[in-house]
Each structure stands twice: as structure tokens, then as C-alpha cells.
Design a protein around this ligand. Structure first.
Ligand code: HEC
Length: 703
């Protein structure tokens, strides 16, 4: 039996099984498959062999499927819109078992996080759901009770953060190195306090924390001086929400991090902010930093690194070099030496505009790779206004009269500012694919402008006690208890606190808040007056009492004096992007030279094509897979199509019309001699495309 790790595939030998054991194909994130049964000559014959409909999809509810299915030891693993793991037969899509982390609560959520691991007969599937990392027996779908707390690892614990903040979930793929499960996570990015995105390793068998790397350094640690002195106490983010990649041989784990919070004002995190927006290489065994490369200094744009770097090789000046390629929302591809972090094609530090927001710091320069050139537009000027038709041009020019225009890295200010690349980039969490047979990297990108502006936050010097309680409640308690009608935690129905005054006395509630109860955490870290404010809110009491906000520990804006007005869509009168086409592309880049081999539009608006337009490309999120059959498989587009391209030319060879957009990365494998390609078509989530419910699996017809 062969696994996906087989290096070169000999197409003459009949192969019974080749698996897709890793999220993104391998631990280096290459999304490469050595399979060639489906190839450029026969891909046109591909047909749907099964379709798996998730049973927790609810019409009209905004859900999505982002999971890259894993195929291991003869089982295909899918994840539903409610984060249930479903094990199916690879050739039929017939269910073998299912596991619901939410125990019937009906909660929905995204997850892209799953890792398969085995040691002899001990086969485990780890995956993230909400704030937990779960460990399942990969054959039975039962929790492995010897791992962490009955198979569930609570990621809000052991984070070296004494704050009152609890939100933490993990969606990006973790990696396993020897017996260490290494992961990052998603945390808040808004103006309220957020958890820091420290990277942690846990023992694969027991779930104990083995090491932690502080992405917001503590006093005495490298990089501490690149923040305000107390930033580490209240700044969150700098998190590897896109997941991790691993060089197993060298024992190096790689990640790309997001911005420090708050996304759009950094007056309380003065400095360049290491290790936010960094490519980081850590010793997988110990968590010690080997190197880092910062791609954005003091981020004010939410230009998170949304994906871990892809492990690549290239030949430069006759020398073979192992490197990593880090895609970004900016459309920059940072190509860095794998062992040292040195840029392979050079970097130019370019001066950028200064922020006008009081108290803000702007890094004077930002790093621009010399090669490859950016794979998205980065500088919106009046020449870049849509020319789809004269009405659209006139409409957009009229709108733009209220705007300020500036190059990429113009800090958000009080006037409206066009953002191109927009907040989703550029490129997003799916990242790139890499084919080592000719050192070519494939990446899809979006090219659709948005806008942003800043406003002064209202600083209230005084607040009525119950109003303070309500804000604390909304920020803290509603995560579990819900706003009105109760909530659920890991499937347990929680009491609706709106009616708590009918059940408990103020003293009893004060005790529960201060000491915690069962799975309810203690909130002793709040000041007493803040706990009293909660009581005032819950018991409709002390309405006339007004207190000063100055010395409160809870801050509903994190004391952020300037807030963004939001990430705003920006479209012409018919809903198309305001900038020139193409609005989405797929690129092939020769990593030996850093030159583009080809770029083609990715996605279409069928109604525009019907009017005679060439495919315009669309906004897209979903990764490419490259195969030894000479193909690139990719969904990602708004038009709900799943496509195959010729990897040499970029020519579209095949597509299938799904019922929902494929905002996910496909997987491909051989099972009982036949090659399959599977993708989630869950739609939803972005751009108001309708949500949908299916995984689609394709193969060539059997003769
Ligand atoms: C992480 C989830 C979580 C958060 C956040 C949370 N709670 Fe709870 N809470 C629980 C759970 C679970 C219970 C049930 C505990 C038990 O009975 O074992 C509970 C019970 C309670 C009860 C008892 C209710 C009753 O009718 O018995 C009160 C009061 C309460 N919580 C108040 C709060 C307040 C106030 C906050 C915000 C400061 C808060 N909780 C935040 C999980 C949470």
C-alpha cells in the first residue's frame, strides 16, 4: 500500500491506493498530488460518482464548508457545516460513523483543522471545533478519553494570559512533529481585549502543554521592545489562524501570523510589533525561534498573513535551495531561505504614507519583494476605475468624489479610503500549490476593492451601573449564555440569565460569578464594582447609580480612541467591483526565476459572458491542487464552478457546475485502483453567495 508521500509516480504500475493523509496534501502544504490517472487528455470525461449532503444544513442560514477532506487508512473524513466529523467510504460516500462535538446543540461553525496521526494500531484524528481540540479514534469516531479532558483539549487554558478573555478557536490545520501536536488559533481582532495568538505544542497522547512561543513577547523576551511596554497584557492577535506547515526532516515548524489587535489603531502598541505579520520558523521540538521575517510593520490594514508558507525548492545560479514561499493579502509572495529566512530574490524597503490619526505610529517603510512582482493590483488610481460600461465608470467616478486615494499601505484616515487589495486580499487562507517537478508555484488571487474610514470613538467618562453590566454581559457572558433565550456550551443547555432573578438571589449570583461553577469559569478578575454592575443589569437594579469609567478594568473599546467604520463593500450600480478587470486570477510562477509563466482569469459572471464579455474573473477563496497528471483543480469562485486547468498553459479544460461555491481546497486520492477528486461546495460566508450542503466526488468513468 502506498501513501501520498510516495515521491514520483510511475504511471505504468497499477496502484491500488494513494491517500491524502494531510490537510493540503502534505505537511509542507504543497497541495501536490503524484497521481496521473486523471490527466490533461481525459479530464474532460470526469463525472460525478457521489455527492454527500450534510444533514445539518439549514436553508437560509449562512454556513459554509471549508474543509480539505482527508483520506487515511481507507477512510475519507469530511466535516459538516455543524463541525461534525463524518467518516465515509471513499468510493461511495456512504457513511461509516459520525461525531458531533456539539452533542446535538445544532451549533454551526467553520473548521479547516484536522490532523491524522497513527502509531501502530493507535490511529487518531485530531480536529478543532470552537474552543476545543478534540481527539477521536480514527476508526470508530469515539473520543480518546486518555487525551486531555476526556478527549477534549480546552484551548482557552494555559495561554499565559491572565486577562478575562476567553474567545479562542482553531480553524487552520495543526501539524504533528514526533509526539507533538503544534497549533495556532483564531482570536478576536476587534477593539475589545483579545487573546494573544501564542503558538503551542501539546503531547499527542495526553494533551499536556509542552511548549509555548509568545507571539506578543513578554518582558525580557526577544521583540518585547517592538511594542508599548504593557502591550503584552492587553494586545491580542499576532496569531497563526491560517495554520502551520512543517519541515519534518529539519524539525522546523513554520507559520504566518496576523496583526496585533486592534486591527486599525495601534497607538497602544507603538513600534513594529514582532511577531505580528511575520513568517516564523520555530524549532518544532522546543518552540525556540530559529528566524522570523516581518512582512508588514505595525499593521493598520488587517493585512494578516492568512496562510502558513508553502515549502518549496528552487534552483538559483545552479544551486538547489530549499525555501518557503509565503503568500499574503498584499499580493506579495515572500520567498525565503528555509534555514535562514534570507529573502531569495531580494527585498526593497519603500517609504509609505504617514497616518493622520492622533497617537498613531506609522512604520516609515514597508518591505516589497523585488521578485516575484505582486500578483494583485496594489495601487488604485482614477485610471483603475472599472470600464465595464460607461454607466459604471460614471457612477464610480461620482462616488469617488468623497474619497481619498493612495497607494497600498496608506493608513486609514478620517476620509474614505479605497482598499486594494481589500481586507480578504490578495490571497486568503487556502495559500499556494507547488509542483517540485518543475519548481512551479500556483496561486489564485482576488482583485476587488473595498473601502474603510476611521472615526473618533465616543469616550464616555461616566456610565450608569446597569449599562456597564450590560456591556460586560454582551462582551463576556453572552458567548455562552446567549443574549436572550439561553445558550449552549459543548451541548449543555445553559440557563437563560434573563430570568435568573426569579431563581437566585443577588448574593448567590455574586458567588457564582466570583467563584465559577462547574464549566462556568470564575470571573474574579473583574473589579467588584464590575461584578456589581452585572448584578444591576441582571436584576434590573441600581438604575440611578452612575460611575466613572476611568479606573475600570473592563473596557468595551479596549480604550481604543479611534475605530474603523467597518470593512465596506464597494460596487458599481449593478453590484460589480469598482476597479478594472480581471477580478480574480490564477497564476503560475517559475520559482527558479521568480517570473510568471502565465496568469488567467479565474471565475466568470455568466450573465456578463452572455453579453459578450470575456470571463472577468471573480473574487475567490479556495485552494488549488496540482497533480502529476498536468492538472490544477480549483473551486473558489463566486460562480459555483469546480474547474480543471492545464498546468502548462492555464487553459481551462473542464468544469462542473455545483450548487454552492467551492470555498475549500479539493483532495485527490486513489482507492481500489481508481483516482477520485473531492471538494466541498458549501457556498455562503462571503459575498452573499447562497449557502449549500454538499461534497462532490468525481472520477473517470469505468469501462
Ligand atoms: C464559558 C461559558 C460561560 C461563560 C462565558 C459564562 N458562563 Fe455562566 N454558566 C456557564 C455554565 C456551564 C453554567 C452552569 C453551571 C452549572 O450549573 O454547573 C453557568 C451558570 C451560570 C449561572 C447560574 C444560573 C442558574 O440559573 O443556575 C449564572 C448566574 C451565570 N452563569 C452567570 C454568568 C455571568 C454573569 C457571566 C459573565 C460574566 C457568565 N455566566 C459567563 C457557562 C458560562
Amino acid at each position: 500500500m502506498l501513501f501520498c508521500s510516495c515521491s514520483k509516480q510511475s504511471e505504468q504500475v497499477a496502484i491500488d491506493r494513494v491517500e491524502w493523509r494531510f490537510y493540503n496534501g502534505d505537511s509542507g502544504g504543497t497541495k501536490f498530488s503524484p497521481l496521473g490517472q486523471i490527466n490533461t487528455a481525459n479530464v474532460k470525461d470526469l463525472e460525478l460518482v457521489w455527492r454527500y449532503r450534510v444533514d445539518d444544513f439549514v436553508e437560509g442560514k449562512n454556513t459554509t464548508l471549508q474543509f480539505n477532506p482527508l483520506m487515511a487508512n481507507g477512510i475519507l473524513y469530511l466535516v459538516t457545516v455543524g463541525q461534525k466529523v463524518v467518516a465515509v467510504e471513499p468510493d461511495t460516500g456512504k457513511e461509516i460513523w459520525r461525531f458531533d462535538p456539539h452533542e446535538g446543540s445544532g451549533a454551526t461553525g467553520k473548521t479547516r483543522a484536522a490532523v491524522y496521526w497513527e502509531d501502530g494500531d493507535d490511529r487518531r484524528l485530531f480536529f478543532g471545533a470552537a474552543n476545543q481540540y478534540l481527539c477521536l479514534n480514527a476508526e470508530t469516531g469515539k473520543l480518546v478519553e486518555s487525551f486531555a479532558d476526556q478527549g477534549r483539549l480546552d484551548l482557552t487554558q494555559n495561554l499565559d494570559h491572565d486577562g478575562i478573555v476567553r474567545r479562542y478557536d482553531t480553524r487552520g490545520p495543526a501539524v504533528i512533529y514526533k509526539d507533538l501536536l503544534i497549533l495556532g488559533g483564531s482570536v478576536g481582532e476587534g477593539p475589545r481585549q483579545a487573546n494573544p495568538g501564542h503558538i503551542r505544542a501539546f503531547d499527542v497522547l495526553k494533551g499536556e502543554r509542552k511548549w509555548i512561543f509568545h507571539t506578543v513577547p513578554h518582558p525580557g523576551e526577544y521583540g518585547y521592545e517592538t511594542w508599548s511596554p504593557d502591550s503584552y497584557k492587553y494586545v491580542g492577535g499576532a496569531n497563526a489562524w491560517g495554520g502551520l506547515t512543517l519541515d519534518e526532516e529539519r524539525g522546523i515548524v513554520f507559520m504566518g501570523t496576523g496583526s496585533g489587535t486592534y486591527d486599525h489603531w495601534g497607538g497602544n502598541r507603538l513600534g513594529n510589533n514582532l511577531f505580528a505579520n511575520c513568517v516564523i520558523a520555530l524549532d518544532a521540538e522546543t518552540g525556540e525561534r530559529i528566524w522570523h521575517f516581518q512582512t508588514v510593520r505595525h499593521d493598520l490594514w488587517d493585512y494578516d498573513l492568512p496562510t502558513p508558507p508553502t515549502l518549496i525548492t528552487l534552483v538559483k545560479d545552479g544551486e538547489e535551495i530549499d525555501a518557503v514561499a509565503q503568500p499574503s493579502k498584499m499580493g506579495h509572495l515572500f520567498v525565503l531561505d528555509r534555514e535562514t529566512g534570507e529573502p531569495i530574490f531580494g527585498i526593497e524597503e519603500r517609504p509609505v504614507p504617514i497616518s493622520e490619526i492622533p497617537g498613531e505610529y506609522t512604520a516609515p517603510t514597508q518591505p516589497f519583494p523585488i521578485k516575484p512582482v505582486a500578483y494583485t493590483d496594489q495601487n488604485f488610481t482614477l485610471n483603475d476605475v472599472t470600464d465595464l460600461n460607461p454607466e459604471a465608470t460614471a457612477y464610480v467616478l461620482e462616488q469617488l468624489k468623497e474619497f481619498k486615494l493612495g497607494p497600498m499601505f496608506t493608513p486609514p484616515g478620517f476620509e474614505k479610503l479605497v482598499m486594494l487589495p481589500q481586507f480578504n486580499g490578495g490571497s486568503e487562507w487556502p495559500g499556494a500549490a507547488f509542483d517540485a517537478s518543475d519548481n512551479t508555484l500556483y496561486i489564485n488571487s482576488s482583485n476587488e476593492a473595498e473601502w474603510i474610514s476611521m472615526r473618533k470613538a465616543e469616550v464616555e467618562r461616566e456610565i450608569a451601573l446597569p449599562d456597564l453590566g450590560e456591556r460586560i454581559y454582551q462582551a463576556t457572558c453572552s458567548n455562552c449564555h446567549g443574549l436572550n433565550d439561553g445558550g449552549k456550551l459543548n451541548g449543555i443547555e445553559l440557563p437563560a440569565l434573563g430570568t435568573v432573578k426569579e431563581r437566585l438571589s443577588q448574593e448567590e449570583v455574586m458567588t457564582i460569578i466570583t467563584e465559577g461553577k462547574g464549566q462556568m469559569p470564575s470571573w474574579a478578575s473583574f473589579l467588584e464594582i464590575e461584578r456589581e454592575a452585572l448584578l444591576a443589569f441582571l436584576f434590573d437594579d441600581r438604575k440611578d447609580e452612575v460611575i466613572e469609567t476611568e479606573n475600570l478594568q473592563f473596557t468595551w473599546t479596549g480604550n481604543i480612541p479611534y475605530l474603523s467604520t467597518g470593512h465596506h463593500d464597494f460596487h458599481d450600480q449593478n453590484g460589480y467591483p469598482i476597479n478594472k478587470r480581471p477580478w480574480g486570477q490564477l497564476h503560475a510562477i517559475d520559482m527558479n526565476t521568480g517570473d510568471f509563466k502565465w496568469s488567467v482569469p479565474l471565475g466568470t459572471y455568466p450573465e456578463l459572458e452572455a453579453k459578450g464579455y470575456e470571463p472577468t474573473g471573480t473574487f475567490n477563496i479556495g485552494g488549488p491542487v496540482v497533480t502529476a497528471g498536468g492538472l490544477i483543480f480549483i473551486g473558489a469562485t463566486l460562480d459555483e464552478r469546480f474547474r480543471a486547468f492545464d498546468k502548462e498553459t492555464g487553459e481551462e479544460l473542464w468544469y462542473y457546475q455545483m450548487d454552492g461555491s467551492g470555498y475549500a481546497t479539493p483532495s485527490t486520492f486513489i482507492y481500489e485502483g481508481r483516482q477520485y477528486v473531492v471538494i466541498g461546495g458549501g457556498g455562503g460566508s462571503i459575498h452573499q453567495t447562497p449557502s449549500s450542503d454538499s461534497y462532490y466526488c468525481f472520477a473517470l468513468p469505468t469501462k
